[in-house]
Ligand binder design. Sequence first.
Ligand code: PMP
Length: 345
Amino acid sequence: MQYVNSLLDLIGNTPLLRLSRSLSTPDGPSFDDSAEGHGPLLLAKVEYLNPGGSVKDRIAERMIEAAEASGELQPGGTIVEPTSGNTGVGLAMVAQAKGYKCIFVCPDKVSEDKRNVLKAYGAEVVVCPTAVAPEHPDSYYNVSDRLSKQPGAWKPDQYSNPHNPRSHYETTGPEIWAQTEGKITHFVCGVGTGGTISGIGRYLKEQNPAIQVIGADPAGSVYSGGTGRPYLVEGVGEDFWPTTYDKTVADRIIEVSDADSFAFTRRLAREEALLVGGSSGMAAYAAKQLALELAGTPEGKDAVIVVLLPDSGRGYLTKVFNDEWLAQYGFPVDGAEQDPRSVGD
Ligand code: PMP
């Protein structure tokens, strides 16, 4: 019989899926025949296939196991974390398997769908305003600090926990290297805590220093030179520099607007049947921009671009996939993007 004993055994080993249809533009090159040696091959690492539905299952498992080993998390303890949802789901799932309680602190811009998922796993959710500075007592960072000082509480702090990037260095990076048989030339992902890009990027560059690591960032976030001006895409971009982000890893940051992120998220659903979240659309849009730049160049012939898609679109049905919501912010509903080559980096 084929079965696993724990849901935790199903974390990781996600597949790579070739994208082609959504790369086409009316006047651009065709990617339909793209294969090895014939132009950029664009492969998506589909992280919503993790059991908790996102890439964050990986860091949750690694951070909890490290805290158990160090004694920071004791049997019957409570996990307290500020999270935009996915890390909470990962932590709640691992915590349930291991018998811990969870309290999550979310900014108010996080969709109600995502909060309800956390509650469904039995976690407590505390909602904080987004429109306050990180040092404000009501900011979600500070509220979680206060809660984590309760007896038996442990705060993983995905923004400073070295096991966040380490989980990617130990699992996601080696998976991508093995799945591409070492042929990967470019890696693209969105940047939130920076754990994904730092861990995977460092691993890949250790295997082959020529591999280019590209971060995708919402316009306004610090990684692309902004000050943290509000943007609507969830889970990526920051208004401060987390220690989990290794500034030496990314070769380039591509800035993507909310409008393009959402339009491309919808294209992925309609043209590739990939129902993913807005940060996936943002990363895939940046990867598409890169593929278009490389198309027709000598370097592009053997380029293998891997883009990581962090979560599913199910958590955004009332936002990215809702026409009224998009229209309310003046975003195009039918997936009309800007010309990718006109977007600055
Ligand atoms: N996309 C989503 C939906 C996320 O929740 C996160 C995590 N904040 C990211 C992307 C970015 O990943 P990382 O924190 O590893 O930079």
